[in-house]
Design a protein around this ligand. Sequence first.
Ligand SMILES: [Zn+2]
Length: 471
Amino acid sequence: MELPNEQSSFKDHLRKLRPKNLKNLDKKNCLMALTIIVLIGCIVTILKVNEIKTRAFSIKFGDEILGTIRDKEEAQKLIDQIEKELASTYDVEIVLDKKLDFIDTHAKDEEIITETDLRKKIKSKLTFLVSGYVLQIDGKDIGAFKTKKEADELLYAVKSPYIEEINENSNIEEVTFVEDVKVVKKDIPLSNIKSIEEVKSVIATGTSEEKTHIVEEGESYWTIAAKNNMTVDELISANPGKDPEKIYLGDEISLIVPKPLITIATVEEVQYEQELAYETKIEQNTSMYKNEKKVKVKGVKGKSNILAKITKHNGVEVGRKIIKEEIISKPVDELIVKGTKKLPLTAATGAFIVPTRGSLSSRYGMRWGRMHKGIDLAARVGTPINAADGGTVTFAGYKGAFGYLVEINHGNGYVTRYGHCSKIYVKKGAKVYKGQKIAAIGNTGRSTGPHLHFEVIKNGVHQNPSKYVGK
Ligand SMILES: [Zn+2]
């Protein structure tokens, strides 16, 4: 057990040392130490006196402490001064949006905020409300103005296009807004104050957003619309007054389709002349053929003077009420006489049938350097030839290269000819009906085999018969 022995010997050593050291301090040294202690005490006291907090005020604005000041009045003066500055800068009445309070406190000098810092804080932290006029559409704030005059000016500017367009025959009786449009006096943040033009644009387009496209080389309304997920019609309405066919490199095209926030309803009293339509009456006549028609009395339109109230929304008519109608002249009914008599069989129907059986052996047109003025239909000699339509026989006999020929005048501008016949069954002057057998196929005249040479002549000019008979 060596440890306790060692400890006791160390304590003994200390006991021996202490009385020896104290004895070494003399009285002079003792006095000097005392003086130093007193001096230190004095300095500490002086310092403590300097630390004492004195009466001050914390500036409280809403929930926020802006700083501490000594003089309430100085702070109030500063705030009044800032208010005045803002009021004169923006030419508006300034209203503080939060309550200003001063809280009694004590503060050291270094805790007091400088005027420069306080001014900065007030300007950055405080939001000032100005007393302005807010335009509300259906309860929604659209824009705010400094004065009521500006709000009224804007509303007039919105209405005026629909008032000024009116001509001398119209009288605007009423101009109203379809929406609930109000101008309300309200305290609002200064930044909400807008210019008339800004609010006008919002009302016209329905948005304050601006989106444009600068025309690049080779672009058209169609490519721009496709690029921006719009239709061409939308692009046209987004750019009123611009010709979609005339856009040039660098042009600015708006991509905002306007959705006006205000609808102007106008009621105008309009006076105008109106035409009165006539009726058409038909009189039947037994001595006239069914296809005959005659105007007995020509119809004449009448005229009346109308006084009407027209309601328009943004210039587009939505309603019309006739208030007074004064007839200036009555319309005259038109009278048409129509035949009822059945047409004679020999009258032309206006449509041709194929005059004979047989195949098309030669077309209409140039052939061997000469004009072939009809079509050739080949069939055996003796095959019947029928009148293509009703009419009067104007030739029946032998005629040079045609050989035996029948010519029929249909009385409607058309003449048909049938050539190279072997037999003719009709005489000149005879009335024939459509489909009546008039001759037989032959090989007479300038002909190289039995066929019918068929011609159609309209008002003296040869036609292609194929167009009429489908051969
Ligand atoms: Zn021929």
